[in-house]
Design a protein around this ligand. Structure first.
Ligand code: HEC
Length: 262
């Protein structure tokens, strides 16, 4: 059954993550994929997918920290410039991945990853620039850019320009467009188990579709809880019912799908 999903643990990739524990997650088995693609190639694609997820999540976190600025009509545009966003984005990414995107020609990461990471920085900046223009328009537009909307806009733009699909998803999504498919659901269920190792990604190679899918778990910070925390069921400032999540709890995932060329 060539099309049956095969799970490969990205143990190599998880080693830069703090709190990495070497134990098996649900559905995550260490196996050779049933394709003729060499394991080294698969690991390269896995590295690329994980770095893209880290970069998208870094942007989400920078936006998350700047909610207040985006709320305040008068100062917003002046304070949160696209350059400031980029500096913070690169800094958060560097602290999480150990990779400096300003000097990464020399970094030991796949050439494809370099190209895609650059493209994702450009898409992220573009979305912030657009949001600033929206916020500054007199009397119109949204006054706030939230992480999920930022993430969705960046993902759309990035996917249009590359062959790589990015998506934010959760088991009980607010936006039906973010609903998980069967494979994403399996990973989300594994992440939802409190004993699941923190930040351990789950990836899978499907021989039939010739692609690598990677699920990168997201966790709540204090700011996320303003909308996703307690009191559960009470409407937040975006008009959705709060989920009652706790600090540090898994809040969903970023899903990455990269086509594999042997
Ligand atoms: C200002 C309120 C607000 C904050 C703060 C916020 N979110 Fe959300 N979140 C939302 C809204 C609204 C949506 C649905 C967006 C849409 O319509 O696509 C959403 C969607 C999501 C989704 C996609 C799945 C879904 O439910 O549609 C994830 C995952 C998520 N949020 C996680 C987080 C995390 C993690 C943080 C903190 C880093 C965070 N959110 C901060 C309001 C918020």
């Amino acid at each position: 059954m060539a099309s049956r999903p095969r799970w490969v643990i990205a143990s190599l990739l998880a080693c830069t993550m703090s709190g990495w524990v070497s134990s098996e997650g649900v559905g995550a088995k260490e196996r050779q994929p049933e394709s003729n693609v060499p394991l080294s190639t698969i690991l390269e694609f896995e590295t690329t997918a994980r770095l893209l997820a880290v970069l998208l999540d870094s942007g989400r976190n920078v936006i998350n920290e700047h909610q207040v600025l985006f709320d305040e009509q008068d100062q917003t545009g002046k304070n949160f410039t696209t350059d400031l966003f980029e500096r913070q984005l690169l800094e958060v990414f560097r602290s999480r991945s150990g990779i400096d995107l300003q000097e990464f020609e020399a970094a030991r990461i796949p050439a494809e990853a370099k190209k895609l990471l650059k493209e994702l920085v450009v898409a992220s900046k573009h979305v912030v620039a657009e949001a600033r223009a929206e916020v500054n328009r007199p009397g119109g537009g949204h006054k706030e850019l939230i992480p999920a909307i930022f993430g969705a806009r960046v993902a759309t733009r990035f996917t249009e320009r590359t062959h790589v699909r990015l998506k934010q998803t959760a088991l009980a999504p607010r936006n039906p467009l973010n609903a998980p498919d069967a494979i994403e659901r399996m990973a989300l269920e594994a992440f939802a188990d409190p004993s699941y190792p923190r930040e351990k990604v789950i990836s899978e190679v499907t021989a039939k579709s010739k692609s690598l899918s990677l699920m990168f778990p997201l966790y709540t910070t204090r700011k996320c809880l303003e909308c996703h925390g307690d009191p559960k069921g009470e409407v937040d400032r975006t008009g959705y019912a709060r989920e009652g999540l706790r600090l540090g709890q898994n809040a969903g995932a970023i899903s990455v799908v990269i086509p594999i060329r042997p």
